[in-house]
Design a protein. Structure first.
Length: 195
C-alpha cells in the first residue's frame, strides 16, 4: 500500500497500520536519540535527518546525521554514517540483532545498506513521499527475492520528525527570500555620479 498524497511535506496523517502496529516502548527512546542527531545536522547546515543504531540492551553503538553537503558525499546519509560507526564498533560488517532508528523514511540506498548489514529492525519517523523506500514510494524491505528481511516500523514520533524538517525548509525558504530582496534593493540603488 503506497502512502497517498496527504503525506506530502513529510507529514504522517495516514500512517500504514502495518508499520505502526509493531512499536515498542524502547522505540520512543531510540527516536529521541535520532532526533538529537538530526538537530546536529541542522546546526551543521545539513538537512536535519539523524540516525542511531541500538543494541538489544538499548545502548547506542552507532550514530550519525546527514553529512552529504559538508563531506561532498552522496552516500553521507545519516543511516550510512550510523551503520559505518556501528560496524566499526562491533568489528563486523554484519549487525544482527540491532535496530536502526532514523527520523526520515530511508531511501533505496539506505534500506539496501541496512538489509546488507542484516539489521533486525528498522524504525523511522516521518514518511518521505518523494524517495521513501519503506512504503511511501517503494517497499524494498518486502521484496521476496532478497535473502534478508528486516522488520520495519514507521511513523514513530512522526509529527516531531516531520516538524523539524518542515521548520528547516521554511527557514531556508525565508533566508532565500531575504537574499533575493537584498539583491533587488541593491540593484535598485544607483550610485551617485552614475549617468
Amino acid at each position: 500500500m503506497t502512502c497517498p498524497a496527504c503525506c506530502l511535506a513529510y507529514s504522517n496523517p495516514c500512517a500504514d497500520p502495518v508499520l505502526t502496529s509493531l512499536v515498542v516502548p524502547a522505540d520512543l527512546t531510540g527516536m529521541q536519540h535520532a532526533l538529537a542527531q538530526a538537530r546536529l545536522a541542522w546546526q551543521a547546515g545539513e538537512v536535519p535527518v539523524g540516525a542511531v543504531v541500538l543494541d538489544a540492551g538499548g545502548q547506542i553503538v552507532g550514530a550519525g546525521f546527514n553529512q552529504t553537503i559538508s563531506c561532498n558525499d552522496p552516500t553521507g546519509h545519516a543511516e550510512i554514517v550510523a551503520l559505518r560507526q556501528a560496524a566499526q564498533r562491533q568489528a563486523n560488517y554484519r549487525l544482527p540483532g540491532l535496530t536502526l532508528y532514523v527520523t526520515l523514511e530511508p531511501c533505496v540506498m539506505c534500506i539496501g545498506a541496512m538489509l546488507h548489514a542484516r539489521l533486525e529492525r528498522i524504525v523511522f519517523g516521518a514518511h518521505d513521499p518523494k524517495t521513501g523506500a519503506c512504503g511511501s514510494v517503494l517497499r524494498v524491505h518486502e521484496n521476496p527475492v532478497l535473502n534478508h528481511h528486516a522488520t520495519v516500523v514507521g511513523g514513530v514520533m512522526a509529527d516531531e520528525c516531520a516538524g523539524l524538517l518542515q521548520q528547516f525548509f521554511r527557514e531556508r525558504r525565508e533566508l532565500a527570500r531575504q537574499r533575493r530582496l537584498r539583491l533587488r534593493e541593491q540593484s535598485d540603488v544607483v550610485p551617485q555620479g552614475t549617468p
